[in-house]
Design a protein around this ligand. Structure first.
Ligand SMILES: N[C@@H](CCC[C@H](N)C(=O)O)C(=O)O
Length: 270
């Protein structure tokens, strides 16, 4: 089976074109593909399926021809992936499956509109982030209070006093399973200037990654809240680059680079 590899600020994905949904994409296969030693290696898989043939999202078929079937590296499903959506859009255009410019895609979190800019960046409209309250993450013996933000998938974005670069994110941070029964993506960030933050993330179903798009939006929401704001544009520096998040009254946008780097033939699925 044919695959491609791409990334958005080094949040990397294996793309599997499977328009008619013929592949049995079970969790063990996803985990084998994402294995960085025995597989191709990635933070997740983006299966490209026709929306109308995907029972989970067929109600979105009137608005979006293609469904981003996103899976985490451990094989679990997630509702939404911001960087994945940007890489998925890049693939659709390069494969001739979508016209350059603006178009919609289906996700488990609902329809998302994307736009490919002339500068090479890809933007995705992320919808209105929903703030659900506050909770606490435990990292390296410290507790950090943060904001529970719902972007289709769950986030806990915590401002911290220490530089995030010093954190040990080699282990699952503690969180309250009563608040997050399906797990949570945990962002830790330092404000470093006017509307600029440095962020690290421990993703549900993956571990520490070099970027997370939905996490960047959650972080911008939490950073804005520190100064009583709900709108504006934030630069979110992650280990893999810089993302731009724009918060508006009724929606939000995530922008940054999204590139394809390789294509090949996958024998694992055969
Ligand atoms: N890296 C993604 C988020 C992927 C899903 C997440 N791990 C979850 O389980 O919710 C992004 O760029 O948003």
């Amino acid at each position: 089976m044919r695959f491609l590899k791409g990334h958005g600020t080094e949040n990397d994905f294996v793309i599997l074109p499977d328009p008619d949904g013929e592949l049995d994409l079970h969790p063990a296969l996803v985990a084998a593909i994402c294995d960085r030693r025995a597989g191709i290696g990635a933070d997740g898989v983006l299966r490209v399926m026709r929306t109308k043939l995907s029972p989970e999202v067929s109600d979105q078929a009137g608005q979006a021809e293609w469904f981003m079937d996103y899976r985490n590296a451990d094989g679990s499903m997630a509702e939404m992936c911001g960087n994945g959506a940007r890489v998925f859009a890049r693939y659709l255009v390069e494969a001739g499956l979508a016209e350059p410019g603006e178009f919609a895609m289906a996700t488990r979190g609902g329809v998302r509109r994307v736009r490919l800019g002339a500068d090479g960046d890809v933007s995705v409209e992320m919808g209105k982030p929903v703030v659900r309250g506050r909770s606490v993450a435990g990292v390296g013996g410290h507790e950090y209070e943060g904001v529970h933000v719902d972007l289709g998938n769950p986030h806990l974005a915590c401002p911290i006093g220490d530089p995030v670069v010093q954190l040990d994110l080699g282990h699952q941070p503690a969180f309250d399973p009563g608040v997050f029964p399906s797990g949570v993506n945990i962002e830790l960030f330092n404000p470093v200037g006017e509307a600029r933050v440095v962020m690290r993330v421990f993703e549900r179903g993956v571990g520490e990654t070099r970027s997370c798009g939905t996490g960047a939006v959650a972080t911008a929401v939490a950073a804005a809240g520190l100064s009583g704001e709900t709108t504006g544009t934030w630069a979110v520096e992650v280990p893999g680059g810089t993302l731009t998040v724009t918060l508006e009254a009724e929606t939000s946008y995530l922008s940054g680079p999204a590139v394809l780097v390789a294509a090949g033939n996958l024998t694992l699925a055969e």
